[in-house]
Design a protein around this ligand. Structure first.
Ligand SMILES: [Zn+2]
Length: 239
């Protein structure tokens, strides 16, 4: 169903005018899903320009990292939320790729990500990836890769299971609850490298921290940086 569905959507998008996935206005195909006005008004964080930004502070308090940033703010009321959703549910992988390229150009211009060796998208559980047909973070990583000129490693890590529901756990139980979500399948490919981990949204940070811990346990001599496309104001508000 998902393959037929994506073929149908691909043909439909070729034939019909597209709508901006942020504001809904009609746009031409070559806009990659986002209109000029929305591109102009994108709620950028500019975190990549400063090492000591809220995402870095939050993550580096829990795991050793070199750099960390997010591209845009993501709030419940923001229309940009629908863009992130469209990556997962509306087959908008082209927009994910395009946003990744844009973000990657900013990372490159900052000069703070020059010594990255490889890029790893946060893996989906294999069953989830098959159901969805693709991993949205992988397309964001591809876009960043094109701008930074670094390669993407898709099979170096593996997701063992999906996130357990965290809604019934108190905040201080969260970290233990998501331990060992990931395994490192090809540690030799990561030895001595500076790895950039890419994801779509940073919410509690629990999934990201779990992946970083797994990589550092398997490959103690690597360095890790983080680039997510969006960050909830939840994480930036907590100290
Ligand atoms: Zn728009």
């Amino acid at each position: 169903m998902s393959t037929l569905g994506s073929i149908y959507r691909a043909i439909r998008s070729l034939l019909l005018a597209e709508e901006c996935i942020v504001c809904g206005n009609n746009i031409s195909h070559n806009m990659h899903g986002i209109c000029t006005m929305c591109r102009f008004n994108v709620p950028m964080t500019y975190f990549w320009r400063d090492k000591e930004n809220p995402v870095y502070e939050k993550l580096s308090a829990l795991v050793p990292i070199a750099e960390a940033s997010a591209f845009i703010y993501y709030t419940d009321k923001s229309p940009w939320r629908s863009m992130i959703h469209s990556f997962k549910y509306r087959n908008a992988w082209r927009t994910a790729l395009d946003m990744g390229r844009w973000y990657g150009a900013e990372l490159k211009a900052s000069g703070r990500y020059d010594d990255i060796d490889v890029i790893i998208p946060v893996p989906l559980h294999p069953l989830k990836r098959i159901r969805r047909g693709y991993n949205q973070s992988s397309y964001i990583a591809d876009g960043i890769s094109q701008s930074l000129g670094k390669r993407v490693l898709r099979r170096a890590t593996r997701r063992r299971r999906n996130n357990p529901s965290q809604t019934h756990h108190r905040a201080h139980d969260r970290w233990g609850n998501v331990e060992a979500l990931f395994s490192v399948t090809r540690p030799e490919e990561l030895a001595g490298k500076h790895i950039l981990i890419v994801d779509d949204v940073l919410t509690t940070g629990a999934t990201m921290i779990s992946l970083i811990q797994s990589i550092l346990e398997a490959v103690p001599d690597c360095r890790i940086s983080v680039a997510t496309l969006a960050v909830t104001t939840y994480i930036t508000a907590i100290r």
